[in-house]
Design a protein around this ligand. Structure first.
Ligand SMILES: Cc1ncc(COP(=O)(O)O)c(C=O)c1O
Length: 380
């Protein structure tokens, strides 16, 4: 029997939201602000801002970093398109970099090879709860003056040299979508230690309204002549997090350690089933990494992999390739080619990667069944 992972704790806070008669965050954002502060403290970052999705969190963070249309942003070839499409949304150009075929994590060599004078930022994705090789990636980024954004949607509480991922970049994003380590159904979080990144992310998420927290001064709307204005200080979308979602997030955050423990138990059972099975390779976390798997990165023989997120092969990128422009009409330089073979290590790795869910709502029997199915598939 699968274990419920939402219960009276979430219901109690949802009831409190209903009793307050305020379902949106508004300026005060009672539950939103409580959740943001709790998560900032959990991670050890100065600022956290809740939004409507992890994809929105990526976009807000990139806007926060001050990227301009036409800037290039290096993205790992193997990652969800929820990483690279926010780059497109801002009028920037995703440049895909090759990855380590064993982990599908961005490789320092891949990053170095993708950098041009127009590159302004890199998206480091801690895929499947693995931890990207941060020492080398950060050194390359620093050497080339790139801003660093960490996408931690799949990697809550994973660590590098004992420190949680999401604390190394100029900004970081988490997703709260249903399948993640904690969930509000849909939702996302943007983090930074830089007040300017935070301020820009907040305005972008709220159609330019400067609803800052953390005691930061809020600019006041000034009239233009004798016309009153509301104070839309930047371009933006409405990506606000609702009070209902924030209340669930608060309850979920309190359970994160318990969820992590359950995931470790499931990983142990999976490894126990599949250790020493011919043709199957277990995860081999790199030095200094403390993974917290979202899905377990299982290695299988070539062609039996199920990983389907080599971004530039998606139809949307094939359309951009055909048009030689991004979906927002930004021209692609000649060296940006969204074609099969562009990142051969990522493509080869995808053919051998079979991610297995280790969601904390599963139980050990379900994991053993999933492991046996893979064993049968590999045995042919
Ligand atoms: C690595 C990564 N980044 C971003 C996202 C986007 O998150 P959301 O679905 O909350 O928009 C996801 C979601 O699956 C993800 O796995």
């Amino acid at each position: 029997m699968a274990a419920p992972f939402m219960d009276q704790a979430e219901l109690a806070l949802l009831q409190a939201v209903i009793a307050s008669q305020e379902l949106w965050r508004g300026l005060a954002g009672n539950f939103a602000v409580r959740f943001e502060s709790a998560f900032a403290e959990h991670l050890g970052r100065s600022f956290c801002h809740g939004v409507s999705a992890g994809t929105a969190a990526n976009e807000c963070a990139l806007f926060g970093l001050g990227l301009q249309p036409g800037d290039e942003v290096i993205c790992p070839a193997s990652a969800p398109a929820f990483v690279s499409l926010p780059v497109v949304s801002l009028g920037c150009v995703p440049v895909f970099a090759d990855c380590d075929p064993r982990t599908l994590l961005l490789s320092p060599e891949g990053l170095e090879a993708a950098i041009t004078p127009r590159a302004k930022a890199v998206m480091i994705v801690h895929l499947m709860g693995q931890v990207a090789p941060l020492d080398d990636l950060l050194a390359v980024a620093r050497r080339h003056g790139l801003r660093v954004h960490e996408d931690c949607a799949q990697a809550y509480d994973a660590t590098w040299r004992g420190r949680p991922v999401g604390t190394f970049g100029d900004s970081a994003a988490f997703s709260l979508q249903q399948s993640k380590h904690i969930t509000t159904g849909e939702g996302g979080l943007v983090l930074s230690d830089d007040a300017e990144v935070y301020r820009r992310a907040v305005t972008f998420s709220n159609s330019g309204l400067a609803w800052y927290q953390y005691g930061l001064d809020r600019p006041t709307a000034a009239p233009l002549g004798d016309v009153r204005t509301r104070g839309h200080f930047s371009f933006g979308h409405n990506y606000r997090l609702s009070e209902l979602a924030a209340a669930v997030g608060l309850a979920q955050l309190a359970k994160l350690a318990t969820f992590n423990a359950r995931r470790r138990e499931l990983v142990a059972a999976l490894e126990d089933e599949l250790r020493d099975v011919p043709g199957i390779g277990l995860a081999q976390p790199g030095p200094h990494t403390g993974p917290n798997y979202w899905t377990y990165p299982l290695q299988v023989p070539d062609g039996l992999g199920t990983y389907a997120e080599v971004n530039y092969c998606e139809p949307v990128f094939q359309q951009m390739q055909a048009d030689r422009r991004t979906s927002l009409g930004i021209p692609l330089p000649d060296y940006v080619q969204y074609v099969p073979g562009a990142c051969p290590m990522a493509e080869a790795g995808a053919r051998r990667m079979r991610p297995i869910s280790v969601h904390h709502g599963l139980d050990v029997a379900q994991i053993r069944t999933a492991a046996q199915a893979v064993r049968a598939a590999v045995a042919g």
